[in-house]
Each structure stands twice: as structure tokens, then as C-alpha cells.
Design a protein around this ligand. Sequence first.
Ligand code: AHG
Ligand code: MN
Ligand code: MN
Ligand code: MN
Length: 334
Amino acid sequence: MDLRNRTLGEFIIENQSSFKYSTGELSKLINAIRLAAKVVNHEVNKAGLVDILGASGDINVQGEGQQKLDVLANEKFIQTLKNREIVCGIASEEEEGFITINSNDKNHQNKYVVLIDPLDGSSNIDVNVSVGTIFSIYRRITPVGTPVTMEDFLQPGINQVAAGYIIYGTSTMLVYTTGDGVNGFTLNPAIGTFYLSHPDMKFPETGRIYSINEGNYVHFPQGVKNYIKYCQKEEDDRPYTSRYIGSLVSDFHRNMIKGGIYMYPKSSIASNGKLRLLYECNPVAFLAEQANGKATDGHGRILEIKPSELHQRVPFFCGSKKMVDKVMEFIAEQ
Ligand code: AHG
Ligand code: MN
Ligand code: MN
Ligand code: MN
């Protein structure tokens, strides 16, 4: 069959045996995420028509004003995963603590925990710009049959068995990896089916796009300031192009296709930057490495950081290998 005619459902079945642990449980879990993605996609698409734009009035554990769609996406993902009785625990950017799934004893047999950023790029919601969802999946560390503990969630990114994102853009895509490359699926909204549209996605080795919130320039470390100046210098294939959507998923997705680097450094006003290690950096770093890209906190590999808390933040530099290596050189010089 032509690769591109494949639906996500068919792809999951065909690739089940290549999963590291092929009991079928991970396939079911990815199917549940596929379903939740369609539900959230439906909500995002009709956001302007019904009263689900704007702030919810609450502040989340990150200290951010929650948008109504943050809350809705969080509920839909958690509910879909709970209903399918497919995970033993969930952690979310929007929830203070992790959720133990223990409605009955059978659920304790499940092996996987899921960590989600239900809606990434909240600030774009009201202005009809792309947003996303990021997910990260681990096998639990504690014994099956017992309630999950914090240990199950605070695993280094290297332990991820799958990770991916959904981008609610001009078209809706689900992009994921189970550690065997990255594949992208585009939703045909007329029939509600994801088709394999971007098989084996790879970052170009280098690129000409840099993505950073330059409004914070004055607060950046000197190494990052120097790298930005390097990007802007007229020399060789530079100056580079600056593109920053303000939604990690969208910025990453574009850079993976076109070649580029995304940066959210530490600064004099945020000592660890802004991005969350467990819900944003680890899943995106796993995808990046699977697509021949690279992800670092400026000094070392993101995936090797041992997390110390659920909502931990880390500086993040991610994208085409040569560009990430270059910014690391600038940081090391300081
Ligand atoms: P979220 O909407 O899930 O809280 O994440 C927003 C993140 C990330 O997606 C984006 O790249 C970054 O915050 C933008 O931050 P600034 O507005 O500080 O640039
Ligand atoms: Mn947020
Ligand atoms: Mn986010
Ligand atoms: Mn979010």
C-alpha cells in the first residue's frame, strides 16, 4: 500500500511488534491519545463560535492565568485516558499534583504513566494562531498492582517509551515517536481520520531560522546574546531569519521541517527559563533526537536530566544539530 494512504490506526497496528514492549498496551494508549486529540481539535476549531475563548479566571500551579481552553483540553485528555482504563497515572501542566488512576483494582495493572501539556501556546488561542498538545509516556518504575508514586513521574527523559504532539494549525497533525523515528499524521476533518502524511521526519542538519523571544534580550546571558548577534551578522549564509510563534509545538514543528533552532534560555528574570522539563522539554527533546536533531539546556543533554520536581523548569535549546552545537559553543565561551 502507498505509505501515505495509511491511517494512523493501521500504522499503530502494523508497528505494534516493533515496540520495545509489545503487549498491545502502548498501542491502546496511543489510540486513546488519538481519540482525545480529535475531541480537543473539535473544541479548538469551534472556539470562536461558542463561549470558550478567553481567561478562565483561575491561576494554575505555574502561576499563569488559565485560559478556558487550557482547562477544557486538560479535562478532555484526562477523561479520555481515565475512561479507557489504560494508564495508572497522569501528570499535567494544569494540575498541581499527579493523578492516580485507581477507580478499581484492575487499573493498577496498567504499566504506563502519561505526562501532558494539554494546550501549548495558550496565549495564541484568542487570536486564532496555532496551538498544540504535548504528551510523554513512561513505563512505571514502581510495581504493577500498587498505586503510582512520584518516582514514576520523575524519570529522566531517556526513559520515555513514546512522546509526541498534536498541532492544531492550518491543518491538524499528530506527530509522535516510539523510539523508532518520527512520523506525522494529518487529520482529514471530513471523516475524522489521521493519515500518514509525513513519514520518517528528519531535521535538516543545519538551518536558517532562529526562534526566541527577543523581547527578553536584555535579560539573556551573554553567550545567548552573542549567538543572537551571530545569527544577525551578514556573513556566509547569514543573517538568519527570525520566526517566533510563541507556541513551542508550532515553532518546533516548523523548525523540524525547514531547519532551525528554538531557544528559551535562562535569564536575569527567570533563572531556569520558562519551559517545563516534564511536559514540554523531554517529549520535544525525544522527538528532536529521533529526528536527527538535538536538545540541550545549554550545557548537557535534556534527556539525561534527573528531574527533582513535577513542574521543574529548564533552559531549552532545540533544533538542527549544527545550530544547537553553535549556540552551545557561544554559551561555553562565557
Ligand atoms: P503554555 O501555553 O503551555 O503555558 O506554554 C507556553 C510556552 C511555549 O509554548 C512558548 O514557546 C513559550 O511558553 C512562550 O513564552 P513567552 O511568551 O515568554 O515567549
Ligand atoms: Mn500554561
Ligand atoms: Mn506549553
Ligand atoms: Mn499548556
